[in-house]
Design a protein around this ligand. Structure first.
Ligand code: PNS
Length: 163
C-alpha cells in the first residue's frame, strides 16, 4: 500500500490544493492530508476549522482514498509513523523552488526512506495562495473560483470579521 502525505498549513484550503490532492490520490493508494499544528505561525483559521473545510471540500469532490489528519513536530517523523513513502508538494512558480528544495533535502536527510514528489500547479491556479484568498476576502473581493464553493461563505465571514 503506497501512502503519500500532502502536508501544509491549509489556512484555508484553496482550489489549487484540491487539485493537488486529486492528482496525488490518482498516484497513491492512500493520501493523508496533514495539517500542520504550528504554534509560531499566526493562522486565521483554527486547526479544527481548517480540517472541517478540507472534509467538506473533499466530500464534495468525492475522493475516497484520502484521510485528513493534523500533526506537529517534524514531518519526517510523522511520515515514518504513518508508513508513508512520499511527501507531495506543489510548485507554482520558480519562487517556490528554493524553499521547497531546502525542505525536500532536509526531509531526505532526516528520513532517507521518504521521497518528495513535486506536482506542477495547473496554470489556472499558479497565482493562487491561501494568503491571497484571505486578503481578497477581507477587502470584500470575490473569491469565487479560488476556494471550494461549499466553504466560501465561512471564509468570507471570518476574514471580514477579522478586520
Ligand atoms: O503550506 P505550508 O505552510 O507551505 O506547509 C509547510 C509545511 C507544513 C510542509 C512545513 O512547514 C513542515 O513540514 N513543517 C513541519 C516541521 C518540519 O518537518 N521541518 C523540517 C523540514 S523544513
Amino acid at each position: 500500500m503506497r501512502v503519500g502525505i500532502y502536508p501544509g498549513s491549509f489556512d484555508p484550503v484553496t482550489l489549487g490544493h484540491i487539485d493537488m490532492i486529486k492528482r496525488a490520490c490518482a498516484m497513491f493508494d492512500k493520501v493523508i492530508v496533514a495539517v500542520l499544528i504550528n504554534a509560531d505561525k499566526q493562522a486565521c483559521f483554527s486547526i479544527s476549522e481548517r480540517m472541517r473545510f478540507l472534509e467538506l471540500a473533499l466530500k464534495e469532490a468525492s475522493i475516497n482514498n484520502v484521510e485528513i489528519d493534523s500533526f506537529n513536530g517534524l514531518l519526517a517523523d510523522y511520515a515514518k509513523r504513518k508508513n508513508a513513502c512520499a511527501v507531495v508538494r506543489g510548485l507554482r512558480a520558480v519562487s517556490d523552488f528554493d524553499y521547497e528544495f531546502q525542505m525536500a533535502l532536509t526531509n531526505k536527510r532526516l528520513n532517507p526512506d521518504m521521497e518528495t514528489v513535486f506536482f506542477t500547479s495547473q496554470s489556472e491556479y499558479m497565482y493562487l495562495s491561501s494568503g491571497t484568498v484571505k486578503q481578497v476576502a477581507a477587502l470584500g473581493g470575490d473569491i469565487t473560483g479560488f476556494v471550494p464553493e461549499i466553504i466560501k461563505q465561512d471564509i468570507i465571514n471570518k476574514s471580514v470579521n477579522k478586520n
